[in-house]
Design a protein around this ligand. Structure first.
Ligand code: NI
Length: 401
């Protein structure tokens, strides 16, 4: 993440054990980042680049990574970058290596049918006819999930909005490429939550540690360990797109008495989006979190802290929460600097902003938690702070709730 005067940049990418795959991802993303920053230099307004990803594995062999590349400059556009890698042969695959021309015809027929269902008129457009024609190039952006193949179409290729077409393997007539694979079994989740009993003294000092942009497998886990050891609680503002990276960590958060908040699905600046898109960002995340924790978050932290009446209105089922201390851990990536900033500025009622995606932040937390407890601060969640520490002006309670 980078926040500068002329641009906002948020980029997420996975790291695999395959060096070849990592190199390819890095190469492609650096290219995109460089051209964006050059564009920012020449722009008179602040522009935004937001890259999130989904990854899939099929038959323990095919890895697909789909980057959703969102750019805002006067208008917003979404483009996709897809990478499909065969772990067995250690090669990158394109669509024509996996499917013959007959299959491409089938994809085109299914695509046209689905476009027609969505908008009868659109199939008559020259550009749409061209871009849905049965040539491999039109279907070059794809991913392989367990059950289906997904094709991706950038903004303005078919519709103004980006478009995805999902086709289950069963539907592809002459499909001999893949074996059927049973879906993996999700860890069963005990619906009876076993939250620890907490004794919060409303007459004593209290603060809320908050962590944005996770979960991340290593760093979030380390932070959870520190909190558990100290019998302390914190709040994690989760990105919907990251939930399935580590669903067990979300379950742990709840079971250990922490709070989960909504940090939108893809971390775009909400104030530049349409109302429908803002609602989609919020509700998709509510559902993703509910799916693994059986609880809907009651708080929302908008990316970059940007909110206005429209955003607040969309967030009507949740309180909007910002912060009083910004550790700027994403900028320094230095544990000493983060520790110092917190100890210099902390006071009763502080809401402190961290990101649980950096090793330096996890290290700072390891030092800060015992130190803050020595200073007689109770470490509570945001909703506990709202309940027990009245008059906090960084929690925007929605009257209509
Ligand atoms: Ni964030």
């Amino acid at each position: 993440m980078e926040i500068e005067e002329n641009y906002l940049l948020m980029m997420e990418y996975p790291v695999f054990e395959e060096a070849k795959l990592n190199e390819e991802i890095k190469k492609q993303l650096i290219e995109i980042e460089t051209s964006f920053k050059n564009e920012a230099k020449e722009s008179s307004t602040q522009i935004e680049l937001n890259i999130t990803y989904q990854s899939y594995i099929k038959e323990n062999r095919y890895i697909s990574i789909v980057f959703d590349i969102y750019k805002y400059k006067d208008v917003s556009t979404t483009t996709y970058l897809t990478i499909v890698y065969d772990l067995k042969q250690k090669v990158f695959l394109d669509i024509s290596q996996l499917f013959d021309q007959k299959a491409i015809y089938e994809f085109s027929t299914i695509l046209k049918k689905s476009l027609k269902e969505k908008d009868e008129k659109i199939v008559r457009l020259e550009s749409v006819r061209t871009n849905s024609a049965p040539i491999a190039y039109n279907f070059r952006k794809f991913s392989l999930t367990k059950e289906e193949i997904i094709f991706y179409f950038d903004s303005f290729v078919l519709f103004e909005d980006a478009y995805q077409l999902k086709i289950s393997y069963e539907k592809i007539e002459n499909n001999t490429v893949f074996n059927k694979e049973s879906a993996s079994v999700f860890v069963p989740y005990d619906q009876v939550l076993n939250e620890p009993v907490k004794n919060i003294d409303p007459n004593k000092k209290m603060i809320a540690l908050t962590f944005d942009d996770g979960p991340s497998k290593n760093h979030t886990e380390k932070i959870l360990n520190v909190l558990k050891e100290a019998n302390a609680s914190a709040t994690f503002f989760i990105l919907g797109s990251q939930v399935h990276n580590a669903p067990y960590l979300l379950q742990r958060m709840v079971l250990e008495g922490n709070e989960i908040g909504n940090h939108t699905y893809t971390h775009k600046q909400l104030t530049t989006l349409s109302k429908a898109k803002v609602e989609e960002e919020i509700y998709q995340t509510q559902e993703a979190i509910y799916e693994v924790t059986h609880q809907y978050p009651s708080i929302l932290r908008p990316p970059y802290g940007s909110h206005n009446d429209m955003v607040n209105d969309c967030a009507k089922e949740t309180n909007v929460v910002t912060w009083s201390i910004d550790t700027e851990d994403w900028r320094s990536k230095n544990a000493d600097a983060v520790v110092k900033k917190v100890l210099d500025e902390v006071e009763d009622g502080s809401i402190i902003l961290f990101h649980d995606i950096f090793a330096s932040t996890a290290e700072a937390i390891e030092r800060l938690v015992p130190k803050l407890q020595e200073m007689d601060y109770q470490l509570v969640t945001v909703s506990e702070l709202e309940a027990y520490h009245k008059g906090n002006n960084h929690i925007f309670t929605n009257e209509a709730k």
